[in-house]
Ligand binder design. Sequence first.
Ligand code: IMP
Length: 178
Amino acid sequence: MKVKGRNFVEMLSEEEIAKIIDRMASAINADLEGKNPYFLVMMNGAFIFASDLLRKITIPCGLAFVRYSSYEGMKTTGKVVPVIPVPADVKGRNVVIIEDIVDTGITMEAFLKELKNFSPESVRIASFLTKPEARQREVLVDYVGKEIENKFVLGYGLDYDGLGRNIPSLLVLDESTQ
Ligand code: IMP
């Protein structure tokens, strides 16, 4: 598939994604049973992952949306600005951050620092994807959907310059044809 003149090929089908979501949800349901977790969905990228994951969560939980990152094109800008801040009622709660991808870790490191100011009881991270090779900050991801190579991915909520978030499968930039 071509997006803005770049060629992308499938990395994960909808069926493969569904299996990943089931596995992640089972782990979260088991670990946080009785803990009334509070999910914080990192907008915009995590919205599709979050909607699939949360519908497989069977334990009582709370939910809010936050928006902190600033990401343009294919490179992280390093600027992290609060757009939709953390709600004050996370105080004393067992927070699970839902993120689409932890790439350099710059966004997540900055967000974790910010979140601490709101005094949650505990903080866990559920990220659909992680790119360990790209990491510039040490960030422990508790629930990982899939570890991927340091390549640009698109679809399933992730965009390339504002395009492609609606693609239901996960695509990867085909570097052989650029
Ligand atoms: P980080 O600060 O470098 O870890 O990047 C965080 C954000 O950058 C993620 O939440 C994504 O929104 C975006 N991002 C990182 N890698 C990719 C990618 O391969 N495709 C699309 N967006 C990405």
